[in-house]
Every structure is written in structure tokens, then in C-alpha cells.
Design a protein around this ligand. Structure first.
Ligand code: 5AD
Ligand code: SF4
Length: 421
């Protein structure tokens, strides 16, 4: 979501005659687009602001946008007096105001709606992977999560607007569409005739575009994997055989405290249905270790489910208490030391799953999407349909962004392959 927001902010500022610079000392306007999901991310913002305020030109405008802006509100000005603006995730379309009135301090952390999508310019050149937000906010209120506070209640964008953005992305260079939302499969839009549109309708409409070859979406809430959406994995070959469907913990007791769906059997049934629809599907998850009151037995259940589902491409985090959340006030908070040990154990299991899956791909042929050259410039980096990184020696001839690649080698982090002519 932040990558997308960053692209839209750049496009908007370019319309106001600005260009990007890599050097803080040259900048007239410095924006930190921020994430507040864990304390570490917020801390990083403030340490970066400390560095930037000393390095920047005196006249340069400095501000934060996104979730830390919403989390901190007016306090941000107290912590960093040099700040000129603090704009929440729904208000960055107000940036031109600060350019016009550089002497005022601008604070806007309203959660009123999704007007930003209407007021931002359309992208005129799309990257090969176009991120398209379809909904923002979340109604689930997991007890550890700051997102319902920073991004607000769920709001789905009008179906026609998303279709227009998808067509625009396709016409301006996109090959892959990634539909985005904090609760992406909760997408529900009813038009004025009372017709309800779901994520499956958006997938169908993107799949009709000849320019679009790959479709994915993130991040999904397990119990909102409705049958129409699961059916898409059967019907739509353009939908990649890879799904991020976070479980967070394998312990029903902890899931209950997290206010997450805690029927592990029902979760496994969804995985089973997905496999029936697309036998080669792979699932990824996010995990939180060290949630308040998590015992060794609870954690063992997390290891068990990770082993059983054989998740690939997963993320694991130490629980981080966040303001405005219920879990931050719960008793039996877990020590950093125990969190670190559990994280390491889970990570090594997830890495092993990934390594096994990567090795199972050797000798397979896959259509992969080129991301561009690696740091050495000698190789090209591709993404497989499972979002693995695949490194290929750069050929002398021009290549198309989509290539059939034979996987020749693999380790835990990536694959190696050869382009098949
Ligand atoms: N502490 C640790 N991880 C968190 N996440 C969300 N809130 C927290 C928190 N307070 C993780 C969840 C979510 C991912 C985006 O971030 O795993 O799926
Ligand atoms: Fe946060 Fe995701 Fe839970 Fe919503 S579903 S509250 S975004 S973790």
C-alpha cells in the first residue's frame, strides 16, 4: 500500500513541477511516507526525521504522511518542531496546499473517506506490476493491530473506478495487477442499482484485458475466502497460484485473544478447498510470536501449523504493543528474550519450508515476470508465479518482460534459471 501511495504522491508532485532528488541536501520538499504497524517502524521514522532535520536545507519543507502521522497527530510537531506537515493516510492529496502556503503548519488526519483517489492524478506510465488499491481500512479489530485506528473502517472503492484504474494500468504498461487492501477479500461495493460487486468480479474484469497476464491480491482474511473467490483459482489461469492468507498463530486460545477466527479446522478446510480449485497453489502467512500470555504449548501449535500447511514466502514478527490497541493493555506480556527465541525457531522452520519448495522447483518450467537487472548488471531478476526470485544470466538479445524459464538451481533465498527460447 505504501509503495502505491508513494507512486501517487510522486505523480502528484511532478504535476506541480517538482522532480525527484536522491540527495536530502538538494531537496525543497521532504516527505516520509510512514508505517506504524510495529513500534520499530515508528521509531525508525523519528530517528530518520532527526537525521534529516540536520541535513536538509533550511528552507526545505519537511513532513510525514501515512500511518505514523495519524498515530502521532499534533504531537509530531512537538517532537520535531521543524515539521511543516503531518498528513494521515487518507489526506495526502492535501500536499499541494503546503506547497502553496509554506509558512503554515498543516495537520490533517481525518478519516472521512476515499476522496484522495479522485483528487490524485492518474499514472501515465505504469510499472509492469501495477498495485491497485480496492479498499482501505479494516473492520476486524484484531486486538494487536493499529490499522483500524490509522486507516479507519473498511471502505471499498466503486467498482467502475477500480476497473478504470485497471484498464489505465494495462494501457500504460502493466502486465501484472496486484489488488490491494488491508482486508482485500472483504471488498464489497453496491452500485446504485443495488448490484453487489466482490473481489471475484474485479478479477474477472482484469482477466479480460489482453495486456494483463498475471493477477494477484493481498492481504486476505481467512474467513472471507468466499466460494466465488476460491472458484477464481479454478477458472482464471491468470490468477497466480499463490495466496497470502495470514493465520498469525496456530493456537486457538491465542487466536481468541487476538480476536481472530480461531477454528483451525475451518482454516484447514479453506486451504483444502483452494487446493481442490488449484492443485498447485501455495499459501503464505504472517505470524506473530510472543502475543501476551502465549505459552510454550501455544507456540508449539504455531510451529505445528506452519509445518503442516508448508507455508512459503511468509513473514514472522515479534509481537509489538501498539497504542490504541486492546492487546497492549493485556496482562502476561512476554519478555523480549522469549520473543526472540520463538521468532528464531519459527523463522528457521519457515526458511526450511521455503528451501524445500524452492528445491522442488528445479527442472520445472515457469512463465516468469522480469523485474529488471540485479546490482551487478550481469543478471536479470524474475518473479515466478509463486513470487520467488529467479536469477537469470542477462542475454545479449532484447527480451520480453514475460519469459518461459527453466529452473536450474535453488537455495533458500532464490532460484536460478535459464530462458527457454
Ligand atoms: N506486532 C507485531 N506484528 C504485527 N502485525 C500487525 N500488528 C502487529 C503488532 N502489533 C503484523 C501481522 C500483520 C502484518 C501486516 O503485521 O502479522 O499480518
Ligand atoms: Fe489488522 Fe489485518 Fe486484523 Fe485488520 S485483519 S485488524 S488489518 S491484522
Amino acid at each position: 500500500m505504501n509503495v502505491y501511495d508513494g507512486q501517487r504522491i510522486s505523480a502528484m508532485l511532478e504535476k506541480h513541477g517538482m522532480t525527484q532528488t536522491e540527495d536530502v541536501k538538494d531537496a525543497d520538499l521532504i516527505i516520509l511516507n510512514t508505517c506504524a504497524v510495529r513500534a520499530k517502524a515508528t521509531d525508525k521514522v523519528y530517528s530518520a526525521l532527526g537525521r534529516i532535520r540536520r541535513a536538509k536545507k533550511e528552507s526545505a519543507l519537511l513532513g510525514i504522511v501515512g500511518c505514523v502521522a495519524r498515530e502521532s497527530g499534533g504531537d509530531a510537531f512537538k517532537r520535531i518542531p521543524e515539521l511543516n506537515f503531518v498528513l494521515g493516510p487518507q489526506s495526502y492529496h492535501k500536499l499541494p496546499e503546503i506547497i502553496k502556503n509554506p509558512d503554515t503548519k498543516l495537520l490533517n488526519i481525518d478519516m472521512s473517506g476515499l476522496e484522495k483517489f479522485d483528487e490524485l492524478p492518474q499514472i501515465t506510465k505504469s510499472p509492469t506490476v501495477a498495485y491497485i488499491p480496492i479498499q482501505e481500512g479494516c473492520n476486524h479489530c484484531c486486538t494487536y493491530c493499529i490499522v483500524p485506528y490509522t486507516r479507519g473502517r473498511e471502505l471499498s472503492r466503486p467498482f467502475d473506478d477500480v476497473v478504470r484504474d485497471t484498464i489505465n494500468a494495462a494501457k500504460t504498461g502493466a502486465i501484472e495487477i496486484c489488488f490491494l487492501g488491508q482486508n482485500v477479500n472483504g471488498y464489497k461495493y453496491t452500485d446504485k442499482n443495488g448490484k453487489l460487486y466482490r473481489l471475484s468480479d474485479l478479477i474477472k474484469s482484469a482477466a479480460e484485458l489482453p495486456e494483463i497476464h498475471r493477477i494477484r491480491f493481498t492481504s486476505s482474511y481467512p474467513t472471507e475466502m468466499t466460494d466465488d473467490l476460491i472458484e477464481m483459482f479454478k477458472q482464471e489461469p491468470k490468477l497466480l497460484p499463490f495466496l497470502n492468507m495470514p493465520i498469525q498463530s496456530g493456537s486457538p486460545r491465542i487466536l481468541k485473544k487476538m480476536n481472530r477466527p480461531n477454528d483451525i479446522g475451518a482454516y484447514k478446510d479453506i486451504v483444502q478447498k483452494l487446493k481442490l480449485a488449484r492443485p498447485d497453489i501455495q499459501i503464505s502467512s504472517d505470524f506473530i510470536v510472543g502475543f501476551p500470555d502465549e505459552t510454550d504449548e501455544d507456540f508449539a501449535e504455531t510451529l505445528r501449523i506452519a509445518r503442516e500447511i508448508k507455508y512459503i514466502n511468509s513473514y514472522s514478527f515479534k509481537y509489538s504493543p501498539r497504542p490504541h490497541t486492546a492487546a497492549a493493555l493485556m496482562s502476561n506480556q512476554i519478555s523480549e528474550q522469549i520473543k526472540s527465541v520463538r521468532l528464531q525457531q519459527l523463522d528457521s522452520l519457515l526458511n526450511e519450508n521455503q528451501r524445500e519448495f524452492n528445491i522442488s522447483c528445479i527442472d520445472r518450467e515457469m512463465i516468469c515476470l522480469c523485474e529488471g537487472p540485479d546490482k551487478t548488471g550481469r543478471n536479470l531478476i524474475f518473479r515466478t508465479p509463486y513470487m520467488q526470485q529467479c536469477i537469470v544470466e542477462k542475454p545479449n538479445t532484447e527480451i520480453q518482460p514475460l519469459q518461459k524459464i527453466k529452473i536450474t538451481d535453488a537455495n533458500k533465498a532464490s532460484l536460478r534459471g535459464e530462458i527457454i527460447k
